[in-house]
Design a protein around this ligand. Structure first.
Ligand code: 5GP
Length: 203
């Protein structure tokens, strides 16, 4: 029986509420959250090694060269990437590993791990995106505009995702993601070993 965890990718435009949803999800100990590496500056309150590993561009590029990243992408002037080691280790231990990453990186992971589940989280409507970003007040107007432009580009790629979850009420969005993961665990495709055991039993 395949006890490996699932790779759960959560993407969505800045302001979709990914951070809040993910922090609720990981209260459930079956999940492990991957910490990304980024070259962007830490925001107030962000801690190195918890929210991100904040690193310089040189160090980031070295990791890329050494093939230490599962995926990486450039987003609004900074690099972001997923360290491979942690993801592999946690999957082997049976944890469902959450990657909270943007669309280009998500599609790279899907190329590599066909079994990864791609979930796109959106706010109920696009006009809410800007107000969420403005209320967050962590970015300059120029950066907010850049992120809104990027959001439009990301939304065009939603059809590459397996699921869309609308984040109107956080608890409901979390519940939907848990249900997706539970159903995916029962998918026949993920139980080829079990099916083979059944076949051996009926011969
Ligand atoms: P933020 O600067 O708001 O923390 O993140 C900007 C975007 O980068 C978000 O869409 C976030 O999901 C994405 N992101 C964070 N970590 C990674 C990563 O490791 N790889 C990729 N491709 N995107 C990431």
């Amino acid at each position: 029986m395949n006890n490996k965890g699932l790779l759960v990718i959560i993407s969505g435009p800045s302001g979709a509420g990914k951070g809040t949803v993910v922090s609720e999800l990981i209260k459930n100990k079956s999940y492990a959250l991957s910490t990304s590496i980024t070259t962007r500056q830490a925001r107030e309150g962000e801690i190195d090694g918890i929210h991100y590993f904040f690193r310089g561009t040189e160090e980031f590029k070295k990791m890329v060269e050494k093939n230490e990243l599962l995926e990486y992408a450039e987003f609004c002037g900074n690099y972001y990437g997923t360290p491979m080691f942690y993801v592999e280790e946690q999957l082997q231990q049976g944890k469902n590993v959450i990657l909270e990453i943007e669309v280009q990186g998500a599609l790279q992971v899907k190329e590599r791990y066909k079994e990864a589940i791609l979930i796109f989280l959106t706010p109920p409507n696009i006009s809410e995106l800007r107000s969420r970003l403005e209320n967050r007040a962590t970015e300059t107007l120029e950066k907010i505009n850049m992120r809104m432009k990027r959001a439009r580009e990301e939304i065009k790629l939603i059809d590459k995702y397996d699921y869309i979850v609308i984040n109107k009420i956080v608890e409901e969005a979390v519940d939907s993601i848990n249900k997706i993961v539970e159903s995916e665990k029962m998918s026949a495709q993920r139980h080829i070993d079990l099916i083979n055991t059944f076949l051996e039993g009926v011969e």
